[in-house]
Design a binder for this molecule. Structure first.
Ligand SMILES: N[C@@H](CCC(=O)N[C@@H](CS)C(=O)NCC(=O)O)C(=O)O
Length: 191
């Protein structure tokens, strides 16, 4: 298997944490710079991660997780867990959109409808995740916990969210920071 991604993407990191110590090759792409053509050649959606296995290329971390779950005969996620992943992805996608807006020179606090919709979605989704985290939904190191860990750690690194009022989400990070491959995949280590 080959995983194509980057050292900073939270979606790539969750896939690396799911793969753990299984053997695979990791190829890092600079998707907004030197490796843009390589990305264009491999994924018309122009996003990372991608997983290549045999003759098949899979796009999207959630599809990759489903594929790996089938391949390694893990129990499927429950519908409640799928909903939690949708909340994680909603918050993370909106944060990525705001980071790109900021990198484009826009003021993400200018009151523009596009920016306000992202801020509102992030606030709602993070509050919902905080509530279930407080009830122990991410206490076990399973795929939903991995995705929450990657979101919280990346949001903190990018200064995209103030966790002062979200003690349970901070707790998920503290609880799992020693899990296998977490230190090795820290986005702060990527150039
Ligand atoms: N739903 C996708 C989201 C992946 C995603 O947004 N990746 C970002 C990197 S963190 C990306 O490739 N962004 C490129 C872009 O938005 O142009 C997944 O779960 O894999």
């Amino acid at each position: 298997m080959k995983l194509i991604g980057s050292g900073t993407s939270p979606y790539v990191r969750r896939t690396r944490l799911l793969l753990g110590d299984r053997p695979y090759e990791f190829e890092s792409l600079d998707i907004y710079g030197a490796d843009r053509d390589a990305l264009r050649a491999r994924n018309p959606a122009l996003k990372i991660p991608m997983l290549v296995d045999g003759g098949r290329t899979l796009y999207d971390s959630r599809v990759i997780a489903r594929y790996l779950s089938d391949k390694f005969e893990h129990a499927p996620l429950s519908w409640d867990q799928e909903n939690l992943l949708t909340l994680v992805d909603a918050a993370n996608d909106s944060m990525v959109a705001l980071v790109l807006s900021h990198k484009s020179g826009l003021d993400i606090h200018d009151g523009a409808t596009f920016h306000e919709l992202q801020h509102e979605r992030i606030a709602r989704a993070m509050t919902a995740l905080e509530d279930v985290a407080a009830d122990g939904a991410f206490d076990a190191w399973d795929y939903p916990a991995i995705c929450v860990y990657c979101l919280v750690d990346w949001a903190e690194m990018r200064e995209m969210f103030d966790f002062a009022e979200h003690a349970a989400l901070r707790g998920v990070r503290e609880r799992h920071r020693g899990q296998p491959m977490v230190a090795e995949t820290d986005p702060r280590r990527a150039g």
